[in-house]
Design a protein around this ligand. Structure first.
Ligand code: FAD
Length: 356
């Protein structure tokens, strides 16, 4: 029998206060996820009268980033400055943040579920003997009990689980990138910066950074138009036609998971529960069935057009317009009519009158 050796929870949970977020930075620049975390943090802090605190580990470039975080809604930044923190490494980051938690006792701590964020969040949770809800898609607070309500799809997306950490502190969650919107930047916004000592030395860190290799990644999360291909394309070459359509619409090509698994397209383009979440103005789903795990990543799109042979495919019920038929028949005709429309516009045969 395995005994659960869960550490004794703190007896003074009332002493824990403030909502913390991790300000992830990359080589002296705040990452986009930090702005997203500041966005959800600000909304929760305003709604429940909490103080929003950003935790920043960086070298001297942290001064500029701390002010930037404040302009994106953070009330206070706790900034640990050390050359060692220029690039993320698990141990020195986890050591510093765990000691800050022990000293300052935050009630809530939310970390963006990036590669580094996932690594860091779980390490910290173990160090400070608390639980963590990983990869949340919704976050709220129960103000009467001061409990973090961390929600995430469970059982393959069949349910949305609301997970509480009622006894241990801080209440930790990692939050899926691309879901939470930043608040507008207010240049010159005032906040507090607390600078804390860090004595870590490079020679004490066992992991050495030898080289930074940046992989060319396509960012589908910020596109206004997304044209997504599914298994209904039948073959890798089908994506060429979608590239053309995306080009005409000024958008980007994305994909369902099985097409990525089949090697038809790269993983950075995958939409869905285990891929990325997009919220474009226009989402065109071509040969995509609309499985719940796929829909989780695109259902907040403003306008959805689907192209599918099967009028009963689940994607149809999420669509504003559904074109029922063969993608290889419909997509080339769409491309042709967009091109013709553009040509007619150029030649003044048609004009566009914008809504007043
Ligand atoms: C834990 C877990 C996580 C998952 N995460 C993801 C995820 O992040 N993203 C994701 O996409 N999936 C994910 N999946 C897989 C998901 O359940 C579905 O299997 C997948 O989304 C189906 O992909 P598809 O729509 O491309 O293919 P299919 O389900 O095979 O659908 C193909 C569609 O194309 C239509 N079609 C066929 N031929 C044509 C044609 N010539 N013209 C027009 N239409 C045609 C069919 O009618 C059908 O609707 C996950 C599954 C699990 C269990």
């Amino acid at each position: 029998m395995i005994k659960n050796k869960c550490a004794t929870p703190p007896s003074n949970v009332e002493a824990y206060k403030d909502l913390w977020i991790w300000l992830e930075q990359n080589d002296g620049e705040l990452s986009r996820i930090s702005l997203e975390m500041a966005g959800i943090g600000r909304r929760l802090a305003d709604k429940y009268n909490e103080k929003l605190v950003g935790i920043l580990l960086a070298d001297e470039s942290g001064e500029k980033m701390a002010q930037e975080a404040i302009e994106y809604g953070v009330d206070k930044v706790i900034f640990a400055k050390n050359q060692v923190y220029r690039h993320y490494r698990t141990r020195p980051y986890a050591d510093m943040i765990a000691s800050l938690i022990a000293e300052k006792k935050p009630n809530y701590f939310v970390i963006g579920a990036t590669h580094n964020g996932r690594d860091l969040a779980s390490r910290i949770a173990v160090r400070v003997n608390t639980g963590i809800t990983a990869d949340c898609t919704e976050i709220d607070i129960d103000p009467t009990k001061r409990l973090l309500e961390a929600r995430r799809p469970a059982f393959g997306g069949a349910i949305l689980a609301n997970i509480l950490c009622s006894k241990h502190r801080p209440q930790m969650a990692s939050a899926r990138p691309g879901i939470f919107k930043p608040v507008d930047r207010v240049i010159g916004r005032k906040g507090e910066i607390e600078r804390v000592e860090s004595n870590v030395r490079e020679e004490d860190v066992t992991t050495k950074l030898l080289q930074v290799v940046t992989r060319e990644e396509v960012d589908i999360t910020t596109a206004d138009v997304v044209v997504c291909g599914g298994m209904g394309l039948g073959k890798k070459e089908g994506f060429k036609m979608l590239e053309e359509l995306a080009k005409e619409l000024g958008g980007i090509v994305a994909a369902s998971r099985p097409t990525v698994d089949a090697g038809w397209i790269t993983r950075d383009r995958q939409v869905g529960q285990t891929g990325k979440t997009v919220h474009p103005k226009l989402y065109v789903a071509v040969g995509v069935s609309g499985a719940i795990q796929h829909v989780a990543g695109m259902k907040s799109s403003d306008y959805i057009i689907s192209i599918n042979k099967d009028a009963a495919a689940p994607i149809i019920k999420y669509s504003d317009v559904a074109l029922i038929g063969d993608a290889y028949d419909i997509v080339p005709r769409l491309i042709e009519s967009i091109r013709k429309g553009k040509q007619d516009l150029r030649e003044g045969k048609i004009t566009v009158q914008k809504k007043q």
